[in-house]
Design a protein around this ligand. Structure first.
Ligand code: HBI
Ligand code: FE
Length: 292
């Protein structure tokens, strides 16, 4: 999740990697992790996909303490060949994509302060690890993340990062998935957010629309509020297939001359799975603001 925040100005991936410094976490840090973990497990219960819960189990991620990457990576590598590497925060797109293409997920090693429980500007270790890492134990999702990273260089060379960032936003960060006939959460930005996970689970305002690659690449977003629409995939296998079966370059060319789509208005072509009430957004003047 990188938008509009200070980003480290290095280029090579290995220059961004730091030691996690697990022994430096204070009791307060471990307590903050535990508070966030317990609160989210309660909020997500019954609403998060089975593959996510399986990932927490496989990696032994619990409320007890901030996960130690060295310990967690032993099981993550065994599951899908991925590993988590510590970075100081947001990194430039090129090293970010390079790391994903090497099956390395860059996770900030800092944790928010107790007074920042509900929202912080920049993704911390709770967002990156509790949000993003469990699903990397799922082979199809792990392959999707790898394919996503591999698309980075070509996107940078062809002014397509905006479209990749949107695909990232509507799937990796805020995606929903069909699970045993129900619609469940898988996006890291929802899993790690108290407010947004409750909004998705309990508030009828948002539309749920069938995932469509072009619709997602063309749909802008606001980085600091809940979504007006969530896109729903059939399965991680289907998401991977859709991401790799079509070359992205022709899409970048096509989109360049088209206006962005908005999550506030349903398109004729949208396969609507749930029409939201729009209640949360009805008084928001910002729906005119520029979308990313
Ligand atoms: N850096 N640490 C980190 N985490 C991200 O999710 C991230 C990033 N840098 C760039 C970036 N994301 C975006 O460019 C992508 O979401 C497209
Ligand atoms: Fe993120």
């Amino acid at each position: 999740m990188a938008d509009g925040h200070a980003v480290l100005n290095v280029t090579a991936a290995d220059e961004c990697i730091i030691d996690q410094g697990w022994e430096n976490y204070t009791r307060e840090d471990h307590n903050t992790w535990g508070t966030l973990f317990n609160r989210q497990m309660k909020t997500l219960s019954g609403h998060v996909c089975a593959e996510y819960l399986e990932g927490l189990r496989v990696l032994g991620i619990t409320a007890d303490n901030v996960p130690d990457f060295e310990v967690m990576n032993r099981n993550l590598r065994k599951a899908t060949g991925w590993e988590v590497v510590a970075v100081p925060g947001l990194i430039p797109s090129r090293p970010f994509f390079d790391m994903l293409s090497n099956r390395q997920f860059p996770a900030g090693n800092f944790i928010r302060k107790p007074e920042q429980l509900d929202y912080l500007e920049e993704p911390d270790i709770f967002h990156d690890v509790f949000g993003h890492i469990p699903l990397l134990t799922n082979p199809a999702y792990a392959d999707y993340m790898h394919a996503y990273g591999c698309a980075g260089d070509n996107a940078i060379a062809n002014k397509g990062v905006k479209y990749l960032a949107r695909l990232n936003w509507w799937t990796i960060e805020f995606g929903l998935i069909k699970n045993q006939g129900d619609i469940k959460i898988f996006g890291a930005g929802i899993c790690s957010s108290y407010g947004e996970s409750r909004y998705v689970a309990e508030d009828p305002s948002a539309h749920f629309v069938q995932f469509d690659l072009e619709r997602c690449m063309r749909t802008g977003y606001y980085i600091d509020d809940f979504q007006a629409t969530y896109f729903v995939i059939d399965s991680f296998e289907d998401l991977f297939t859709q991401a790799v079966e079509r070359p992205f370059l022709p899409l970048y060319e096509k989109f360049r001359s088209l206006p962005p789509l908005t999550p506030f208005v349903l398109e004729e072509s949208d396969q609507v799975l749930r029409r939201g009430t729009g209640g949360y957004w009805k008084d928001f003047a910002r729906t005119k603001e520029k979308l990313k």
